[in-house]
Design a protein around this ligand. Structure first.
Ligand SMILES: Cc1ncc(COP(=O)(O)O)c(C=O)c1O
Length: 396
């Protein structure tokens, strides 16, 4: 048989999806599952976005411009202005989800064997994008005891080598729910300027900031024009994960010109989804107010229920819709699989994401899980009850 590439063999399996066969088997056996493992919101997509596609009168579903349609980019620039982020529409490249924006960013600024420093735990697919780009992830550990705040800047500095090209943060964080403060962004800005690095910020959860905290974007930080690359997406903002629309934003003209070449190679982002995403920008603030209220309510319920379980440690998220919980188990991979295969209450069980895959330091986070609070409050309470009862009988 012809051989598979080393890169292909090294590509990590998604920790979020690898338990799917066990979940399918459990469902075949008639069990219902509370899916807490994946960030697919149950929130309705704004009607205005879906209607725009239904109303569209185009008779040739053509390619759009590689950088995305001009009107859409102009409207995104206005959306950013409303968030106190001043950019021109030429600073934006529309991509097939935030995922493609990350791939374009990696491809534009890093060569094989270059290094990128990422606070961990981090969005698991950063491992996949790095492997695909031949780039080495250098993790800097953030701790559950600190709520996953930014590690001390000296910890970053120690890791910088001649091969370091960038620091990547996710703000607010998946899987931590941590929201970086303006002061933390300023510390990062200083270090990237000092060592002439790029700062990539994945801000796909921008709207999901709780408890009166406001999101501070790297694009608001003066003096970072040549260093900052922002990743964005409509997936979570408008519960439009299937649209596959995101964008890469930078004031660095060379970065944009380079990313555009990657964009040209794949021709165009999806045309109908750009129509939906453009219309989604008209979504009223009341939609977000209701969504945020719902997530805060869910978060509060989830955290207080988890805190009632003996031996469970949890960091209270300030944004996004995930939390990391530390369990009194040795290996959360085994525990998550056991939940699906061997445990249920009234024929119901829970699917969680083992957190080991959100770390790249071997052996770290093995007793942690990530929970996505994308289910309603009643379901969350039932799901945590199942977890609690399961932990009483589980043996490592
Ligand atoms: C932190 C983060 N970044 C990027 C993405 C990619 O999103 P998409 O490609 O759907 O825009 C996700 C999806 O879950 C995410 O959680």
């Amino acid at each position: 048989m012809p051989t598979i590439s080393k890169k292909g063999q090294l590509m990590p399996q998604s920790p979020i999806r690898k338990l799917v066969p066990y979940a399918e088997q459990a469902e075949k056996m008639g069990k219902s599952i509370y899916y807490l493992n994946i960030g697919q919101p149950d929130i309705k997509t704004p009607k205005i976005a879906l209607q725009a596609v239904k109303d569209s009168t185009i008779d040739v579903l053509a390619y759009s411009r590689s950088e995305g349609s001009e009107t859409y980019r102009q409207k995104i620039a206005s959306y950013y202005l409303n968030h106190d982020i001043q950019i021109h529409h030429d600073d934006i490249i529309v991509t097939t989800g935030g995922s493609e924006a990350l791939l374009f960013a990696f491809g534009s600024i890093m060569d094989v064997d270059d290094e990128i420093i990422i606070p961990e735990p981090f969005y698991a697919n950063y491992n996949g994008f790095s492997t695909a780009s031949g780039v080495k992830v250098v993790p800097v550990i953030s701790k559950i005891e600190d709520n996953f705040a930014l590690p001390p800047i000296e910890a970053f500095e120690k890791l910088i080598t001649p091969k370091t090209k960038a620091i990547l943060i996710c703000n607010p964080g998946n899987p931590t729910g941590y929201l970086y403060s303006k002061e933390e962004i300023e510390k990062l800005a200083e270090i990237v300027k000092k060592h002439d690095l790029f700062l990539i910020a994945d801000e796909v959860y921008r709207e999901f900031a709780y408890d009166g905290n406001t999101h501070y974007s790297i694009m608001q930080e003066a003096g970072l024009e040549e260093h900052a690359i922002m990743i964005d997406s409509v997936s979570k903002r408008y519960s439009m994960c299937g649209a596959r629309i995101g964008c890469l934003v930078s004031k660095n003209k060379t970065v944009i010109a380079t990313a555009l070449k990657f964009a040209q190679a794949r021709l165009s982002p999806p045309t109908l989804a750009q129509i939906a995403s453009e219309a989604a920008l008209e979504t009223p603030q009341s939609y977000f107010d209701a969504v945020i209220e719902e997530y805060v309510d869910r978060r509060n319920t989830l955290i207080s229920e988890l805190q009632k379980i003996d031996g469970v440690k949890v960091a209270k998220p300030k944004g996004a819709f995930y939390c990391i919980a530390e369990l009194p188990v040795k290996n959360s991979d085994d525990f998550a699989q056991w939940l699906l295969e061997h445990f249920s209450i009234d024929n119901e069980t829970v699917m969680v994401a083992p957190a080991g895959g959100f770390y790249s330091s071997p052996g770290v986070g093995l007793n942690q899980i990530r929970i996505a609070y994308v289910l309603n409050k009643e379901s969350l309470i039932k799901a945590v009850t199942i977890l609690r009862e399961a932990l009483k009988v589980y043996e490592d």
